[in-house]
Design a protein around this ligand. Structure first.
Ligand code: ATP
Length: 440
């Protein structure tokens, strides 16, 4: 019989008890059978006992297993493959939501049937799922997918390419990647490639010897040398001139370089992280970016979502940004103003959001940010194409309430026209809007 009775749960627990990492034992029906003390310390709450409850209820507050609630469930994969599986999840803890790395190992009986699972949970410290005064914040699916990729690649030496529009947090991601890597005790050296003129590129990157050129009064180490033992972050790598790309390629391929005016070959020791908002593959096709360099740096690309692709994170980002620049104040924001922020298309992404909030604070004398404190562009309907940028997709009945309400308020036409655009009856639209208007 393939049953948990066959497994000495107590023996397993005593094995897990001394592990520093939180761990639980689950049966194949998702029931939590045991938890070690690290788990009880980190995730336990007196008023919410978890033994005998389902893991998806305790960790996520779901009534269904994660894969039926639109998330990846490691149990299904681990039992099919009879091998461990790992996922990044948001865990509900007594402190609030937290990003955790969950590893599930199946336990097999003599007949190779899965009779239980051991789940180990590691808190992911590189991002916060709650408002935070520093670092990366986010908890929507698009953000979590990028974070999961970061978490996978951080322990390796593989070069990482961060792709995303301006202001999506590429530099913050590079920092988080460095800090979660084994090189975190070393330096993170940021090179803004777009700000480096061609004439300076080589000497800034590789350094120079005394007398290498007019004005080179001393030997100067370059950024590659400064990054020894750490991470070299080449921001806007798509802006590196073709003549310099070949030098970068040589550095990456050989792992060595020479200072300008020097004869000695020096060994480099850095992990490469590059970023760009440009479509590198297109630049390669147009022969503006070397294909060989592209393949070198593109070993592990991570797409950072634009803010309009992660609107569900806007309230969390807003609260975090207000905390960051609080200056001792506790800023609050009216629900209607928040709805307008969620409806905007944010071509400048999080940087633009930060600037809008900085401006809004100047108009919020009593500490409460109201719609009137937002720039006029946010108060207008964000429909159609403005300045060549597609600012807003077609309205969608499945939008969250706040977004739909903001859209409806800004809609210039009649209610019948609004219903037509949403492809619902006027009656349904009226009912939903009526319910929403009475919201606080
Ligand atoms: N997930 C995030 N959580 C909190 N703050 C963020 C997040 N992503 C970005 N920011 C903030 O948004 C601003 C822009 O981020 P950053 O400079 O990293 O973007 P970028 O993509 O490197 O921009 P650019 O391409 O223009 O250099 C910064 O103030 C940063 O702190």
């Amino acid at each position: 019989m393939s049953s948990i009775q066959a497994l000495p749960v107590q023996a397993l627990l005593s094995f897990l008890e001394h592990e520093p990492q939180p761990a639980i034992v689950l049966d194949p029906q998702y029931t939590i059978l045991a938890a070690n003390s690290a788990y009880r310390r980190q995730f336990g709450a007196l008023e919410q006992p978890f033994l005998g409850r389902k893991c998806f209820q305790v960790s996520h507050g779901y009534e269904l297993p994660c894969d039926q609630a639109g998330e990846h469930c490691p149990m299904k994969k681990a039992s099919e493959a009879r091998a461990p599986d790992r996922v990044l999840h948001i865990h509900h803890t007594p402190r609030g939501p937290e990003h955790v790395d969950v590893e599930l190992r199946p336990i097999l009986d003599a007949g190779q049937r899965v009779i239980a699972f051991v789940e180990r949970i590691a808190t992911v410290r590189s991002a916060s799922a709650r408002p935070s005064a520093e670092g990366l914040v986010g908890q929507g699916p698009a953000f979590t997918a990028a974070l999961a990729a970061l978490h996978r690649v951080a322990p390796a030496m593989l070069p990482v390419l961060l792709l995303g529009e301006s202001g999506t947090g590429k530099e913050l991601f590079a920092r988080a990647l460095h800090e979660s890597s084994p090189r975190s005790a070393g330096p993170l050296v940021v090179v803004d490639c777009s700000g480096l003129p061609e004439s300076l590129f080589e000497s800034e990157l590789f350094g120079h010897e005394k007398g290498a050129f007019t004005g080179a009064l001393h030997r100067k180490p370059g950024l590659v040398e400064t990054a020894r033992g750490g991470t070299l972050f080449l921001d806007e790598i798509g802006d590196v001139p073709l003549s310099m790309q070949v030098k970068l390629l040589r550095l990456i391929e050989s792992g060595s370089f020479r200072r300008v005016g020097g004869l000695e070959t020096l060994q480099a020791d850095f992990r490469l992280v590059a970023a760009t908002h440009k479509p590198l593959a297109t630049l390669v096709e147009r022969e503006l970016f070397r294909a060989d360099l592209y393949y070198r740096i593109n070993a592990f690309p991570i797409e950072l979502p634009a803010l309009r692709q992660r609107r569900e994170d806007i309230p969390l980002l807003v609260q975090s940004i207000l905390q960051r620049s609080g200056g001792g104040h506790r800023w609050r924001i009216q629900a209607e103003a928040m709805a307008l922020l969620q409806a905007h298309a944010w071509p400048g992404n999080i940087r633009e959001l930060r600037n809008v909030l900085e401006r809004a604070k100047l108009f919020a004398d009593d500490g409460l940010i109201r719609p009137a404190a937002l720039p006029p562009a946010l108060l207008q309907p964000a429909i159609g194409v403005r300045g060549g940028l597609s600012l807003e997709a077609a309205p969608d009945w499945r939008w969250p309430d706040a977004r739909l309400l903001a859209w409806a308020r800004a809609f210039p036409g009649s209610r019948a026209e609004m219903a037509r655009q949403l492809r619902v009856s006027e009656r349904s639209l009226y009912r939903r809007l009526k319910a929403l208007q009475s919201l606080p």
